[in-house]
Design a protein around this ligand. Structure first.
Ligand SMILES: NC(=O)c1ccc[n+]([C@@H]2O[C@H](COP(=O)([O-])OP(=O)(O)OC[C@H]3O[C@@H](n4cnc5c(N)ncnc54)[C@H](O)[C@@H]3O)[C@@H](O)[C@H]2O)c1
Length: 317
């Protein structure tokens, strides 16, 4: 079976999806964007047909699957429409702008014969795959703390849709920490409690740009997830402290393991530094070809939204 891909939303992240499809030898046959120039440019580059809307692209039958790479508030309508038309969906994170929409996406995915996978690509980053193996093999012992930071100078967010609640659904907690919440659920376990504090430093926006979320897992492990668009210097890392040792990964850098009692940490070899996009698309294609549940489902997208929305509610008080 030759699978043909369509792209809905031809902006920044769509380019990473395009590269991922190319790595998996999947042809991109159809593209669309609310901004016709963006669609035309991508269509011309790929030799793909350009459609005036997502609806027309889905109804055309020119794509067996779509990557939805639009802002969160636009996700529900296109994901549901694609699923109703038997078109598989790779849906960018966060699943939607709110829990209600994420729930509708899950209902549509449950009803459809088509597959929906959430694009929580960090799960496929080789160092994170290795961390999961370390936890599952027991070499860290019972996990005590999970600490994940995604901070950096992204002051320009102020002028983008990311800072508009109606389009984005939220600020750094939803945009950035949705990856962290998913990583916590993937690596550590299901969340039983969540708390957060957040603040808005950038003027003229209605979303937070700095936050710390605290999570507790069923197994007692505690997570601290830090996000900021306004930190003057960047930091992106994961530290997992277990009773028998600590694993530490700095994005773009090393993965280390410090065994309890050892004098110093050892470096763990990882195959290569990738963003996980090609692996994510490989996994999605495998799920379609084998008619299996994707590795990351609409439920994972919904749980992430439920946890983060509870954090927002707590901060409204
Ligand atoms: N997985 C990751 O690491 C990662 C990184 C960045 C962004 N994202 C996610 O990807 C999505 C898109 O983000 P981006 O950074 O590519 O944004 P972007 O602004 O660069 O691109 C979005 C594109 O969608 C188009 N668009 C907007 N509404 C549309 C609609 N209703 N129909 C068709 N096209 C529409 C815009 O014109 C634009 O070209 C968001 O959900 C974001 O959270 C994920």
């Amino acid at each position: 079976m030759t699978i043909r891909a369509g792209i809905i939303g031809c902006g920044g992240i769509a380019k990473c999806h395009v590269a991922g499809y190319k790595s998996n030898n999947i042809a991109i046959t159809a593209v669309t964007d609310i901004n016709p120039d963006a669609a035309k440019a991508m269509g011309a580059e790929l030799g793909a047909e350009v459609f005036a809307s997502a609806g027309e692209l889905i109804e055309s039958g020119r794509a067996d699957l779509v990557s939805i790479c639009t802002p969160p508030a636009a996700h529900e309508a296109d994901a549901v429409f694609a699923l109703e038309h038997g078109v598989h969906v790779l849906l960018e994170k966060p699943s939607a702008a709110n829990v209600e929409s994420a729930r509708k996406i899950k209902v549509a995915a449950d009803k459809s014969d088509a597959r929906l996978m959430l694009a929580f690509r960090h799960r496929f980053i080789p160092a994170i795959v290795r961390m999961k193996e370390m936890i599952d093999s027991g070499c860290l012992g019972q996990v005590v703390f999970f600490q994940n930071t995604f901070c950096g100078p992204a002051f320009g967010m102020k002028d983008k849709w990311f800072s508009k609640k109606a389009v984005a659904g939220g600020g750094s907690m939803l945009d950035t920490s949705s990856h962290s919440v998913d990583l916590f659920r993937f690596l550590i376990g299901e969340v039983t409690k969540q708390h957060a504090v957040c603040h808005t430093h950038l003027e003229g926006t209605d979303v937070e740009d700095a936050a710390i979320i605290v999570l507790k897992a069923e197994n007692g492990a505690i997570g601290s997830l830090t996000s900021a668009w306004v930190a003057g210097t960047g930091k992106a890392d994961i530290i997992i402290m277990g009773q028998d040792g600590k694993a530490e990964y700095t994005y773009g850098g090393d993965l280390t393991f410090h065994k309890r009692g050892a004098e110093k940490p050892e470096k763990i070899e990882i195959p290569e530094l990738t963003g996980g996009f090609a692996e994510q698309i490989g996994s999605f294609i495998k799920a379609i070809e084998s008619n299996q549940e994707p590795e990351i489902t609409a439920f994972d997208g919904l749980r992430c939204l439920e946890i983060i929305e509870a954090c927002y509610k707590e901060n409204e008080k």
